[in-house]
Write a protein that binds this ligand. Structure first.
Ligand code: ITT
Length: 191
């Protein structure tokens, strides 16, 4: 069975991707690989930061690995918070701070269209490839639900009537950006 190191420290991402991948492949986390490091995300695009994560771990281990970078892109804010999603309210601030900043910026605006974009960057035998997953939806005006992470309490995917934070992980995976990118990764690994 293929073994891949997943270049992330985000436990929610690990759980979501493991649920999709099941037992098809063996996913090893950074902690399980004995790597205690916060991978830098110095770039201005989600694509470049995703590549940074897989390149960083490949250079360290020379093993097959992948990383992913995700951002929430809000239409009326020209794609903000986008690549800055994790630190929208400032370095070291919480997800709740990020949500409140976003809701403040959208206050009174009727266009609530947004999308999550995930880019998975995988390196197999030294060759790097990317896969994209997009989930379109709307930002609501108040927080709903306690599951999930990040911006989940304020995002309702198109075709759904609950926020991601009101869904089980299995329900979120029906719609999610991360699942769509992971499906493409699985297809690639199986061919
Ligand atoms: P790694 O870099 O270690 O993978 P991270 O938490 O820093 O983990 P990102 O830079 O990709 O991850 O994510 C940016 C932020 O976007 C993240 O901290 C969340 O606040 C938000 N985010 C990402 N995926 C999300 C999702 O599925 N639902 C809600 N918010 C999400």
């Amino acid at each position: 069975m293929n073994t891949l190191i997943f270049a992330t420290n985000n436990k929610h991402k690990i759980d979501e991707i493991r649920t999709v991948i099941g037992s098809t492949f063996n996913i090893i986390t950074l902690t399980e690989a004995g790597i205690n490091i916060d991978i830098p995300e110095p770039h201005d695009t989600i694509e470049e930061n995703a590549d940074e994560k897989s390149t960083f771990i490949y250079n360290l281990t020379k093993k097959d690995c992948f990383g992913e970078d995700t951002g929430l892109e809000v239409e009326v804010l020209n794609g903000e918070p986008g690549v800055k999603s994790a630190r929208y309210a400032g370095e070291g601030r919480s997800s709740l701070d990020n949500i409140h900043k976003l809701l403040q910026k959208l206050d009174g605006l009727s266009n609530r269209n947004a999308q999550f974009k995930t880019i998975i960057s995988v390196i197999i035998n030294g060759k790097q490839t990317q896969f994209e997953g997009i989930c379109k939806g709307k930002i609501i005006e108040e927080l709903r639900g306690t599951d999930g992470f990040g911006y989940d309490p304020i995002f309702i995917p198109d075709g759904g009537n609950k926020t991601f934070a009101e869904m089980t992980m299995q329900e979120k995976n029906v719609f999610s950006h991360r699942r769509k990118a992971t499906d493409k990764l699985i297809e690639f690994l199986l061919t």
